[in-house]
Design a protein around this ligand. Structure first.
Ligand code: DX5
Ligand code: ZN
Length: 225
């Protein structure tokens, strides 16, 4: 079984105190930082560009898990990798040649992920699943933090796990959106091992306690099977 990795989403951090918040999750022992890049086209919201990723790279050694919610991601992956991304995840739905974009990411020595929105069939991503390092099943419609978890997506998580097992693959299965102390258990039991959490980590007063609670719930779910 893969270890459970926790990825706090910087989207929910206090932008006036980014470094303080990053230190808090580092001290709490998280595994990486999830960075949501939004362009106002692919999703109705805008966030950060490559300079922001470069700033994070300067202040932390945590791996940077960069989630591109942008159209034509092939035009920008190079900048985000040069800025210091360790993993780049692109959306299947983002108007580009998915195979070529994945090749570009891999050719630069970066981990590559494929993401699917809640309404996209996971089978549409199947042809790419043998060449990625990560499969991201969005558990909310991308664009905003703090939305409720869509339970039906867990069927896709189970599919991704089965496909990985049947084909002797090794990709991480990531879930993103609405992960809380209540939803992390079902996600882990279904096969997710890379857990993104914005509001339920940075949105909490006591960040170490929030991380500890999520870890505990994930471990309980794993033990219960
Ligand atoms: C949503 C983003 C998520 C977001 C999750 O479009 O991809 O990464 O930060 O936020 P929470 O955990 O608050 O649902
Ligand atoms: Zn995300």
């Amino acid at each position: 079984m893969k270890p459970i990795l926790l990825a706090p989403s910087i989207l929910a951090a206090d932008y006036g105190n980014i470094e303080r918040d990053v230190r808090a999750v580092e001290a709490a022992g998280v595994d990486c930082l999830h960075v949501d890049i939004m362009d106002g086209h692919f999703v109705p919201n805008m966030t950060f560009g490559p300079d922001f990723v470069a700033m994070l790279r300067r202040i932390t050694r945590l791996p940077l898990d960069v989630h591109l919610m942008i159209q034509q991601p092939d035009r920008y992956v190079r900048s985000f990798i040069e800025a210091g991304a360790d993993t780049i995840t692109i959306h299947l739905e983002a108007y580009h040649d998915v195979g070529r974009t994945l090749d570009l990411i891999k050719s630069m020595g970066c981990r590559a992920g494929i993401a699917v929105n809640p309404l996209t069939l996971i089978e549409k991503a199947e042809k790419y699943m043998k060449r990625v390092d990560l499969v991201l099943c969005m558990t909310v419609n991308p664009g905003f933090g703090g939305q409720p978890f869509i339970m039906e997506v867990l069927e896709k998580v189970r599919f991704a796990r089965l496909f990985r097992d049947q084909n002797n693959l090794n990709y991480d299965i990531e879930v993103d959106g609405g992960l809380t102390a209540d939803t992390i258990g079902p996600a882990v039991v279904s096969g997710a091992n890379l857990i993104v959490a914005g509001s339920s980590i940075f949105g909490k007063q006591d960040i170490p306690a929030a991380v500890k609670l999520l870890r505990q719930k994930a471990a309980e779910a794993n033990a219960a099977g």
